[in-house]
Design a protein around this ligand. Structure first.
Ligand SMILES: [Fe+2]
Length: 338
């Protein structure tokens, strides 16, 4: 039995009894479970009631034909993402176009080539799985990121900017695609723990008292706890916990030093600090990109990983215009004009 296919259920909608039996046999031999129906209305009912992983849908069904079934499945929220492969004897391009317009994911031509049919089923299912995983994970993470930005007015769009910068720096540091994904999630959610910090502290226009700082410094731990139930948390929870550690060990919450700080947390810590410098905060105005660059240089080896600073500075030069705040850009334009 092929690996990973053993539990998938395929719905076969085909009016010809011998074709139906043939398809069921082929599917079962390939390790799928299958159920079959002979007309369009039964196909729609079975797609909802049985929740199959994929539908093989004959275009020439009696009554409600395959294209109509396809359109109705796509219009129903319960089946909008159900993978559909149309089975057709007609392969003229207009039929293909009509099928795609109706929302089918792929086509298979009669008579079946068994290997091609199975390859298409595998490919459509694989794509559906990846899409579902991404939509689910990204949806939850984007919602959480919005929650922290809604609470802390000064971080509006900060997390999105940060995710872009962190991804760039992660790429130039040679991170693998899986780590880059965790890095983006971590950048989006690094400050999620601020949900647990009082508004008066987050938006205080002046410096924080010792007690207020103590509460503020809890946000990495609160954030780690908030993210715990997410299935993808293991990819980024270390970023949430450690983004305020310092290279010299004087950071929080664990006082980790040097390379003991996870790479993702070092990256997010660096771009977070830089972005904070060049944007306005409730307790101080935005500083220039040049001042930000100077601070990174000064803190390389004490607050920041010096290798990452070396990689980041050319990126800042290159992205100069994008990183600058509108206020800085407006000032420069003014200077240039006089
Ligand atoms: Fe933070």
């Amino acid at each position: 039995m092929p690996q990973g296919l053993d539990q998938d259920l395929v719905l076969v909608a085909e009016d010809d009894a011998s074709n139906r039996a043939l398809l069921s046999r082929l599917l079962e031999r390939a390790g799928y479970r299958s159920i079959s129906v002979a007309d369009g209305r039964d196909a729609i009912k079975a797609a909802v009631d049985e929740a199959p992983n994929l539908v093989l849908l004959d275009v020439g069904l009696p009554g409600l034909n395959g294209l109509d079934v396809c359109r109705r499945l796509r219009a129903d929220p319960r089946t909008v993402a159900l993978p559909i492969i149309l089975v057709t004897g007609q392969t003229a391009s207009r039929d293909v176009v009509a099928g795609l317009d109706a929302g089918a994911d792929d086509f298979v031509r009669k008579p079946y080539d068994e290997a091609e049919l199975m390859a298409r089923i595998r490919s459509v299912m694989r794509l559906a799985r990846v899409t579902a995983e991404m939509v689910g994970a990204h949806g939850v993470i984007a919602a959480l990121a919005n929650a922290v930005e809604a609470k802390d007015a000064s971080t509006e769009l900060h997390c999105q900017r940060l995710a872009g910068l962190a991804h760039q720096l992660g790429m130039s540091a040679g991170l693998e695609p899986a780590s880059l994904k965790g890095l983006v999630f971590g950048a989006l959610l690094h400050d999620i723990g601020k949900i647990g910090v009082s508004d008066a502290i987050l938006n205080k226009p002046g410096p924080l008292s010792r007690e207020e700082w103590a509460e503020m410094r809890l946000h990495p731990l609160i954030g780690e706890r908030i993210c715990e139930p997410l299935a993808t948390a293991s990819q980024f929870s270390s970023i949430v916990r450690h983004h305020h550690e310092r290279w010299d060990g004087a950071g929080y919450p664990d006082g980790l030093r040097g390379e003991r700080i996870p790479m993702g947390a070092r990256i997010v810590g660096l771009v977070d600090a830089f972005d904070a410098i060049i944007h306005e905060r409730p307790y101080r105005p935005a500083r220039s990109v040049e001042e930000g660059v100077e601070e990174l240089k000064r803190e390389a080896g004490s607050q920041f990983d010096p290798d990452l600073v070396r990689l980041f500075l050319p990126m800042v030069e290159q992205e100069h215009q994008e990183i600058r705040t509108p206020a800085v850009r407006a000032l420069e334009a003014l200077r240039a004009a006089v």
